[in-house]
Ligand binder design. Structure first.
Ligand code: BG6
Length: 469
């Protein structure tokens, strides 16, 4: 739809950007922090580990000052569960509590509201050793961790996110270094874990509403519209299948408290329906999010999966779904360019995704990730000319404004990432930040912070409330 006049971004629009603890903090074993599955896990060859990353743990004041210089209204970061509870449960680590108190206070002193992700891929290793999310005790551990966060930070934090990209942990955990093998045999285990995570999420959403009545809380999955590869009804059906399994399974539960029917029939077909204990469905339907946060990188295009009897296809990564036997087959969209790392670029798909979410759930939406990973180059004179990133973000923000004009209740935009950090599986060379961190894959150099061209551009976007792109 073409609009003669565009609506403006709301006056209180939440401009900011995002990071996650294990990708940005470093200090992986400092001040009592326990190991997480990310610290212990294997890394793809030739990529950095997560031990030092951008060393935000020691640079947080300098980093917050840079975010403030860009005019951030919000900053989305995650808390490392293992800084608070080194073993996931048990004794609280005071130094961990202190670090996030300092970070939150530093942000607030610069008029930046914290948006906190409670769990971003980094499950405590101690819990993993006891079965991780397969063990129902992890649900209680997460609730206890949530309670501790609300007690310690609930007086100052207004926005909470439960679990980052639960759908990607279930669908592409191997690309994220979270599950160690692919294949049908672990699918049953994964959907049981998914059920437990959904319960854990429902419990902390409810707890948040009781303990912090002025705060808002929501899930943070990776959501994208799915296109059929052609107008063939079978392709349209495949897109519908994949959308239910990839997107709506997670959000229908968070918002409506019920399993999506197509996703459930998929689990039945694959023999991987979760065991539901008495009382679970009451817990799941008894919690409601205040908003939906979601990460958007690009759309997916799929065709009918004709190879119903072949082996299960490889799982790909967060944005590249290769296929699921009898359900869908990943296809290339010939209309879209790709990033240097092979992810398609689709700003219009962002508007479509925003509309779809708005129509389905009728809740405020918060974009918690969107961005371009690239091989940035530090040029002479401390300059990083990341015009490609500016183009990417500009085109997406334009579509966000169109979506707002369409009637979508979009409350904020936090691209990935505030500063450079280690990517999930492609190391430090895949940079996303507005701030360049001077290190390479293995040489830590001086970890100096350098403002990229996009830093100055985004600063002006925020200053003009999105009027000057
Ligand atoms: C999301 C994650 O999947 O995408 C982030 O929430 C991640 O943790 C981001 O870094 C970009 O993906 P990648 O693989 O390029 O780091």
């Amino acid at each position: 739809m073409y609009h003669k006049k565009l609506k403006l971004f709301p006056k209180d629009f939440l401009w900011g950007a995002s990071t996650s603890a294990y990708q940005v903090e470093g200090g992986w074993n400092e001040d009592g922090k326990g190991p997480s599955v990310m610290d212990i896990g294997e890394h793809p060859a030739n990529t950095s580990d997560f031990k030092i990353t951008s060393d935000h743990y020691h640079h947080y004041k300098e980093d917050v000052a840079l975010l403030a210089e860009m005019g951030f209204k919000v900053y989305r970061f995650s808390i490392a569960w293992t800084r608070i509870f080194p073993k996931g449960v048990g004794e609280i680590n005071k130094k961990g509590i202190e670090f996030y108190n300092n970070l939150i206070n530093e942000l607030l002193s610069h008029n930046i509201e914290p948006i906190i992700t409670m769990y971003h891929f980094d499950l405590p290793q101690a819990l993993q050793l006891k079965g991780g999310w397969s063990n129902r005790e992890t649900i209680d551990a997460f609730e206890n961790y949530g309670r501790t966060l609300f007690i310690n930070y609930g007086d100052r934090v207004k926005y909470w996110l439960t679990i980052n990209e639960q759908n990607m942990m279930i669908l592409h955990g191997s690309a994220l270094g979270i599950v160690d093998s692919d294949g049908e045999s672990i699918q049953k285990k994964l959907y049981q874990q998914n059920h437990h995570m959904l319960l854990a999420q429902a419990k902390v959403m409810k707890l948040c509403h009781v303990m912090c009545p002025n705060a808002k809380i929501g899930p943070a999955p990776n959501i994208t519209s799915i296109y059929p590869a052609s107008s063939k009804p079978e392709d349209v059906l495949a897109a519908n299948n994949w959308s239910s399994i990839r997107n709506w399974l997670y959000l229908d539960m968070a918002v409506f408290g019920r399993y999506n029917t197509v996703a459930w029939s998929f689990m039945e077909e694959k023999g991987c329906t979760p065991k539901i204990e008495p009382g679970d469905m009451e817990v799941l339907s008894g919690a409601k999010p205040d908003f939906i946060a979601f990460n958007y990188y690009c759309t997916a295009t799929v065709a009918e999966s004709e190879n119903a009897h072949s082996d299960r296809l490889s799982t790909g990564d967060q944005q590249i779904g290769l296929g699921e036997t009898g359900v869908y087959l990943g296809a290339v969209n010939p209309n879209l360019p790709k990033t240097e790392f092979g992810w398609e670029i689709d700003p219009v798909g962002f508007r479509i995704t925003l509309r779809e979410l708005n129509e389905r759930y009728n809740l405020p939406l918060l974009v918690t990730e969107n961005g371009l990973g690239a091989f940035d180059k530090l040029e002479q004179g401390n300059v990083v000319n990341d015009d490609y990133r500016i183009d990417f973000l500009r085109n997406h923000i334009k579509q966000a404004q169109l979506a707002i004009t369409d009637g979508v209740k979009l409350i904020g935009y936090c691209p990935w990432s505030a500063i450079d950090l280690v990517s999930t599986h492609q190391g430090f060379q895949k940079r996303y930040g507005f701030v360049y961190v001077n290190r390479d894959e293995f040489d830590l150099r001086d970890l100096r912070r350098i403002k990229k061209k996009s830093f100055f551009w985004y600063k002006n976007v925020i200053l003009t409330n999105g009027n000057n792109l």
